[in-house]
Design a protein around this ligand. Structure first.
Ligand SMILES: Nc1nc2c(c(=O)[nH]1)N[C@H]1C(S)=C(S)[C@@H](COP(=O)(O)O)O[C@H]1N2
Ligand SMILES: [Mo]
Length: 301
């Protein structure tokens, strides 16, 4: 339980920003402990994870339900109603049901995680999230023995989502993880950034965050979580299975068919900033590589 160092934080009393930055210094002071590794991953020893700004994280977004432009989500996602909010948890679970967001928050312990975030389009950010481990939510519902995968769905409400008028993707937006990936302690259900509730454009009121995978796996505004024994269909894979694999682990050695993944552009670095090398598993290899032992990562990309 050492990781839950701030179990005093609840949704109701979102951390004031000053307090948040103090907490961040506490995290930074934990170098050498397992805690620091969980937060920063392997590269944390050589790289200080300096978060992007609120402005960058909330204005440069991908949320195609509101349009394909990077600024469309910050312009249009405000129309999305997030209260009330229910998450249906179904499939191979002992306690299926429609869980309200407040009910979920009441059961979960929120914590801070500063993670690298790498989009398949080769840009990246560092985001300070608040949230809880997906494993805790799945355990609340009771995962049954036959479950092998977890499928996720985003809200699909055309009246509030102008982007869904276009068939760029097959709506609702869908994603999936293997059960061991879903249960991994790095896998987060985020409810906030910078100590504040998630802005709509970032996937309010709760979204998945899988820091060692390309950003599109981190599905926003989740309304359904289904435990299944089959690999679930996922939106980007359905749109183009040659370009977007089910696994989509960050991998500098496996190019996207139309561009290299060897380096990335850190958002906010300025026009003349040098691209930085992309890290295997986005720098979280020590924690996650063992899950893929013996797999051909070029084939299961
Ligand atoms: N429902 C939904 N989730 C989504 C997307 C989307 O279009 N719709 N875009 C994905 C992509 S491609 C990325 S890079 C991240 C972006 O998250 P951010 O805007 O909070 O940085 O969200 C992911 N989750
Ligand atoms: Mo992305």
């Amino acid at each position: 339980m050492a990781r839950r160092w701030n179990n005093d934080l609840t949704h109701a009393d979102a951390t004031p920003e000053a307090e948040f930055w103090n907490r961040r210094r506490i995290i930074a002071g934990m170098a050498g402990t397992g805690l620091a590794a969980a937060v920063g991953g392997k590269a944390s020893a050589s790289e200080t994870l300096e978060p992007n700004s609120w402005e960058e994280v909330t204005s440069y977004c991908n949320f195609y339900e509101f349009g394909t432009g990077k600024e469309d989500p910050s312009r249009y996602a405000g129309q999305m109603t997030t209260k009330p909010w229910n998450v249906k948890i179904d499939g191979l679970v002992d306690r299926p049901g429609d869980y309200s967001f407040d009910q979920i928050l009441g059961e979960m312990t929120l914590e801070e995680r500063i993670y690298r975030f790498r989009c398949v389009e080769a840009w990246s950010m560092v985001v300070p999230w608040q949230g809880f481990e997906l494993a805790d939510l799945l355990n609340m519902a009771g995962v049954q023995g036959g479950a092998k995968y977890v499928a996720f769905e985003t809200l699909h409400r055309p009246a509030e989502m102008p982007g869904t008028a276009y068939n760029v993707l097959d709506w609702p937006y869908r994603e999936g993880l293997r059960l061991d990936e879903a249960m991994h302690p790095l896998t987060l259900m985020a409810t906030g950034i910078f100590g504040k509730p998630l802005p709509n454009q970032n996937g309010a009121p709760l979204r998945l965050v899988v820091p060692w995978k390309y950003g599109f796996k981190s599905i926003k505004s989740v309304v359904r979580i289904t435990l299944t024994d089959q690999e679930p269909p996922t939106s980007w894979n359905m749109a183009n299975r040659h370009e977007y694999g089910f696994y989509s682990n960050v991998n500098p050695d496996v190019s996207h068919p139309r561009w290299s993944q060897a380096s990335e552009r850190r958002i906010g670095g300025g026009l003349f900033a040098k691209r930085q090398p992309t890290l295997m598993f986005n720098g979280y290899g020590d924690e996650v590589a063992s899950m893929y032992e013996g797999m051909d990562l070029a084939r299961f990309f």
